[in-house]
Design a protein. Structure first.
Length: 323
């Protein structure tokens, strides 16, 4: 009985929904049928970038993602642009949109007001985060006066504003400020107790890293879906810089592949799609069925990665007219 429950819970994590008997067998024989995807974008800085992003969103809409999310700049610097982007997605596309929101840069009253504005604009899903220290990654974190201190406090506050669907972060290689795995998983549990129903992970490069994390989460009694976050960053130098600050390990094979390609952005682009799709395929072989892509607004890269993975484009706009 205990073994069966644990197995079912494991399937629940990996599939992102309650296990359906035979799901894995069908998925492996039907080529892409049971893959769920979601995409993260960042808010555009200029009108021109805004139009480029909008074309990207329309292209990726055809892949029928579960949801798309829009980041919130460090210290709340993109408050207006995040709102405008998410509100436009809700209004003008068939996509379900999630707004990222952090505790940094605003007190509780201001955050609650932002949340109310999202609810009024028809946004029902928030990715609730603490945010990085004002001094940048690695600097000491100091909560805002009268603010939400941590993501778990923000989740509680958001649930008091309205009945949002709430996703939170998870860290397969520990958050840099976490003392140990108990500390890490206790924090995720606090966020779930406050009302979060999905976790999206920090990016990582090894399927084993993610699967080991799932096992730890299960052993800690965590049963919400944990969605692997896959990074689509062809800028290898930038990626290694961020990975180091976030304590994310990059395997030797990845360094060996990308290091000689500084002057060859085209090959880096192709390899980024291929390595991300390969990582997703390895996870899929172990039963994972939902993948969250950090697109960095590069729609072609995200689209190609999904094609390799077997996610087929559909004519969503035409379907909308027919139904
Ligand atoms: C999927 C995803 C999306 C993201 N999107 C954005 C974004 O849009 N904008 C942005 O600025 N950043 C974003 N980030 C980065 C995130 O803001 C940073 O990683 C940040 O450092 C931590 O945020 P968190 O929500 O994970 O924090 P928390 O879950 O609050 O945890 C942060 C650390 O504090 C510790 N902690 C928690 N509660 C307490 C407590 N009560 N006392 C002491 N310690 C505690 C935790 O153990 C952990 O080590 C994202 C990260 C992920 C994984």
């Amino acid at each position: 009985m205990i073994i069966e429950e644990t197995r079912n819970n494991r399937d629940f994590h990996r599939n992102g929904h309650r296990p359906v008997p035979g799901t894995l067998a069908r998925a492996s024989s039907s080529g892409g049928e049971h893959i769920n995807i979601s995409f993260e974008f960042f808010p555009p800085k200029t009108e021109k970038m805004g139009e480029a992003l909008w074309q990207s969103i329309q292209k990726l809409e055809s892949l029928n993602p579960d949801f798309v999310s829009v980041t919130y700049g460090a210290g709340g610097s993109t408050r207006e642009r995040t709102h405008q982007t998410v509100a436009r997605i809700v209004k003008e596309s068939s996509l379900k949109a999630a707004a990222h929101l952090t505790c940094v840069g605003s007190d509780k009253a201001e955050i609650d007001e932002i949340a109310r504005e999202y609810w009024q604009a028809g946004v029902r899903h928030i990715v609730a985060l603490r945010g990085d220290p004002v001094g940048g990654l690695g600097a000491p974190y100091v909560p805002v006066d009268n603010g939400y201190a941590y993501a778990s406090d923000l989740v509680t506050g958001l649930k008091n504003v309205a009945d949002f669907e709430i996703s939170v972060s998870a860290y397969p290689e520990l958050h840099p400020e976490s003392l140990n795995w108990d500390d890490e998983l206790d924090n995720l549990k606090r966020k779930i107790d406050a009302g979060a129903t999905r976790a999206i992970t920090q990016f990582f490069f090894s399927a084993d890293t993610f699967m080991r994390y799932l096992d730890k989460a299960l052993d800690a009694g965590i049963s919400i879906p944990i969605i692997p976050g896959l990074m689509l960053q062809p800028n290898y130098r930038g990626l290694t810089r961020i990975a180091k600050l976030c304590y994310i390990s990059i395997p030797d094979w990845y360094h060996n592949l990308f290091e000689p390609l500084d002057d060859d952005p085209q090959t880096r682009l192709l390899l980024t799609a291929s390595t991300a799709a390969d990582l997703a395929a390895q996870l899929r072989a172990q039963g994972v069925e939902h993948f969250h892509f950090y697109t960095l607004n590069k729609a072609d890269l995200a689209f190609t990665t999904c094609q390799i993975l077997g996610v087929k484009a559909q004519n969503t706009r035409a379907q909308k007219v027919v139904t």
